[in-house]
Design a protein around this ligand. Structure first.
Ligand SMILES: [Zn+2]
Length: 341
């Protein structure tokens, strides 16, 4: 009976498996790798590796483009032999995804090894992530950002924050456990809201003193403990520019690796048109003001820090397309231009 059940069930589950989309099968496979250390260690022998050195990703320049190379397990082995290192190094790698064909991808920080030897051996260079994100292909930026964030999280969570005992990671690197207290730690991100405030015909952009000269962007702030997204937006807008939000709506979200793993939640907010003027919080902001449609459209065309005004200060420019703030600004332009006059 068990054998019959097995045969029928086995056939049914393989049929289900075939009926699943490539995406579903891939996600199920990744989940198995996270849950099963033996399977994950086995998969690593045929996986590919993205390299980092003290959290800087390895890039190669091909023509005018920068690419993020994936090293095969065989190439990794060869390089480690050259550096007189054992494959023990690979234990530090973290699972970051897999191909449609279920080839798992890992990220590995080789900060303990000599950088220049690897760079000349692999014909490329370890590049600061802030720089790397803006020169690689758009599809590679999120991958570099999430890989670095996961590596950074492991680096800074080697000890239990309750007992001070060392924590142990699983093979995939999706969690760490303290065996003294039984606490399981999962990689964390801090939620941040980024809000483009509009009064219906103008939008509000601001600068912090630490921003590059001339750059204006939407307001942003961390969610306080216990707050929902709506409450954070209302509080941040009140705190930073002294305005009261009337309505708000969600646009999109993005993982941002600086200063360390934020989940940026991007929203639009409308304030009452007849409200008093901006009352800026000078502890946080250097400048905050309303921008009309024309000024925004002009600003979007400008390269960072490219145009000077008569008085020598820079004309306003906005964050690059990799930043979700720019998406909010572009959406606002679209709303304005699609509204009947
Ligand atoms: Zn503990």
């Amino acid at each position: 009976m068990a054998a019959i059940y097995q045969a029928v069930y086995g056939r049914a589950s393989s049929l289900v498996c075939r009926l699943h989309s490539t995406y579903v099968r891939k996600m199920r496979y990744l989940n198995e790798l996270k849950e099963d250390d033996i399977l994950c260690r086995q998969a690593r022998t045929s996986g590919t590796f993205y390299l980092f050195h003290n959290l800087s990703p390895f890039l190669q320049k091909v023509g005018k483009k920068y690419v993020v190379p994936q090293l095969s397990a065989a190439e990794m082995k060869r390089m480690l032999e050259k550096l007189r290192e054992t494959e023990q190094c690979l234990e530090k790698s973290v699972l970051i995804g897999c191909s449609d064909e279920h080839v798992p991808h890992f990220a590995l920080d080789l900060g303990a090894l000599e950088k220049s030897v690897m760079e000349s051996e692999l014909n490329g260079s370890f590049t600061d992530l802030r720089k790397a994100l803006f020169v690689v292909d758009e599809k590679d930026s999120p991958l570099l950002a999430s890989a670095q964030s996961l590596l950074r999280w492991h680096d800074s969570h080697q000890y239990c924050s309750k007992t001070g005992q060392p924590t142990q990671r699983n093979v995939a690197g999706s969690k760490r456990v303290c065996h003294a207290s039984g606490i399981t730690y999962y990689p964390q991100m801090s939620p941040v809201v980024i809000t483009l405030v509009s009064d219906g015909s103008r939008c509000l952009l601001a600068r912090q003193p630490s921003f590059p000269q001339g750059m204006f962007t939407a307001l942003s702030g961390f969610c306080d403990m216990g707050e929902n997204v709506e409450e954070t937006i209302r509080r941040e807008v009140a705190e930073e520019v002294g305005l009261e939000v009337e309505s708000l709506w969600y646009s999109a979200s993005q993982h941002w690796p600086f200063p360390s793993s934020c989940l940026m939640i991007a929203c639009h907010a409308l304030v009452r048109a007849q409200q008093p003027e901006i009352n800026m919080n000078t502890l946080e902001l250097e400048e905050a003001r309303w921008f009309g449609l024309e000024e925004i459209v002009e600003g979007l065309k400008r390269e960072p820090g490219s145009s000077k005004q008569d008085n020598g200060s820079l004309l306003p420019w906005f964050p690059p397309k990799q930043a979700i703030a720019r998406q909010l600004i572009c959406e606002w332009v679209k709303q304005q231009t699609s509204q009947p006059a």
